[in-house]
Design a protein around this ligand. Structure first.
Ligand code: GTP
Ligand code: MG
Length: 392
């Protein structure tokens, strides 16, 4: 699973990425700071099964802090995209191939209206962030169009000799985006796409696939700036779905927590000071408390990541174990792994997710919470602790 961070230049993508991953990456108030992608690991939060089972867990693939399980997710931050990127403006749109396999995107927008079309700083309140929200989908669609066009004529010629279906050829073009044949066929039917389709029909077809393969959540970033709230409220009122966010505040809080100055966990609505801090830091932290945490409930960074994984991608957290009585793996680690599975996945899907061999040799599964056997087709529930029995 991977989340891509995208948006115009200078809006705070790298700040968001660094806050979410604590990877050091260059942040600056000039355009096109990021060129090569930044890659890191962030976490979603889930209630750890250790709370109900009253065991001391020993996580291996994830972390547990006070009964909250943090499950890792890959995150990639890319260069800034500007309107007209598909026509070669800014850095163009080819670098989007860095987020080819992303399951979803975070579109970071400067909600303060303090960056112009290209990303240069302007007085906050000058630029209407609505314009920035609109251009991104179009630029992504043109990028996908480029992918389709790249080898299409060669493939169509090949199709004549191999008699392969047009949908199969199209899916081959789009496989890198994680798009499946059934999705291609569905989008083709909806848009009546034929081999000699014009660009507009192709773009309609692409839009359907993009919404499926790269769902977007909008981060209304720089919400700490005085001019931001009016823009945020206005866009919300006219129907935009966006989450208020202050990546800079989150980064400051996580760093202060990392240095042992405050007690704060990602997503918290407040922090407490646990060490001596100087006046300047105190002022900065109080600013965050008053203007971000108390106003919006959190900095928004963790909320956005959680929303993507649990609401948009509809994932659940499942704990595979070997020993259903002690909830341990073969080394005795209690609740060692937390796996993200798509809602609707079965016990057999879990077996394959643990290891292909275990999937192939699946014999039975036990719901460790109840101690009852479940079938291979059992639909997993969020928080399930499952022991898979495989043939030797
Ligand atoms: N006030 C405020 N400033 C922020 C916030 N997030 C980022 N910034 C500032 O915005 C500027 C750009 O931040 P970056 O993270 O480098 O932006 P970017 O989108 O990665 O920019 P490019 O890599 O050039 O595309 C920096 O001066 C950051 O300090 C925020 O939440 N609030
Ligand atoms: Mg950047």
């Amino acid at each position: 699973m991977m989340i891509g961070v995208v948006g115009k230049s200078n809006v705070g993508k790298t700040t968001f990425f660094s806050a979410a991953t604590l990877v050091d990456a260059e942040i600056s108030n000039r355009i096109f700071t990021t060129i090569a992608p930044n890659k890191g690991v962030t976490y979603v939060r889930a209630r750890c099964a250790c709370q109900d089972l009253k065991v001391k867990c020993n996580p291996q693939n994830s972390k547990c802090v006070n009964g909250v399980r943090y499950v890792p997710i890959k995150m990639t931050d890319v260069a800034g995209l500007v309107p007209g990127a598909h026509l070669g403006k800014g850095l163009g749109n080819q670098f989007l191939s860095d987020i080819m396999e992303a399951n979803a995107l975070i579109h970071v927008v400067d909600i303060s209206g303090g960056t112009d079309e290209t990303g240069n700083s302007v007085k906050p309140g000058t630029r209407d962030p609505k314009e920035d929200i609109k251009f991104l989908e179009e630029e992504i669609d043109y990028w996908i169009l480029g992918i389709i066009k790249r080898n299409l004529s060669t493939l169509l010629r090949k199709m004549e000799s191999t008699k392969e279906k047009f949908s199969v050829i199209m899916q081959q073009q789009l496989a890198g985006l994680g798009i499946k044949l059934a999705e291609v066929e569905d989008a083709m039917n909806k848009t009546e796409l034929a081999q000699n389709a014009d660009e507009l029909t192709l773009l309609d077809f692409i839009k359907i696939l993009r919404e499926k393969s790269k769902p977007i959540v909008i981060a209304a970033n720089k919400i700490d700036v005085r001019e931001s709230d009016a823009n945020y409220q206005r866009l919300k009122d006219i129907g935009y779905s966006l989450i208020p966010c202050s990546a800079e505040s989150e980064l400051a809080l996580r760093k202060a927590s990392d240095h042992g100055l405050i007690s704060y966990m990602p997503g918290d609505s407040d922090f407490s000071v646990i060490s001596d801090i100087d006046e300047k830091k105190k002022l900065a932290l109080n600013f965050i408390r008053n203007n971000v945490l108390q106003k919006y409930g959190s900095t928004g960074v963790q909320k956005i990541v959680d929303k993507i994984v649990f609401e948009i991608l509809e994932m659940i957290v499942v704990y595979p174990v070997e020993n259903e009585h002690k909830f341990t793996d073969h080394k005795g680690n209690a609740l060692p792994d937390a796996l993200l599975m798509k809602k609707g996945s079965t016990a057999l899907d879990l077996a394959f997710a643990v290891h292909e061999d275990i999937g192939k040799k699946f014999v039975a599964a036990v719901d460790a919470r109840s101690g009852k056997h479940v079938s291979s087709g059992y639909i997993l529930k969020n928080g399930d602790v499952i022991s898979i029995k495989a043939a030797r």
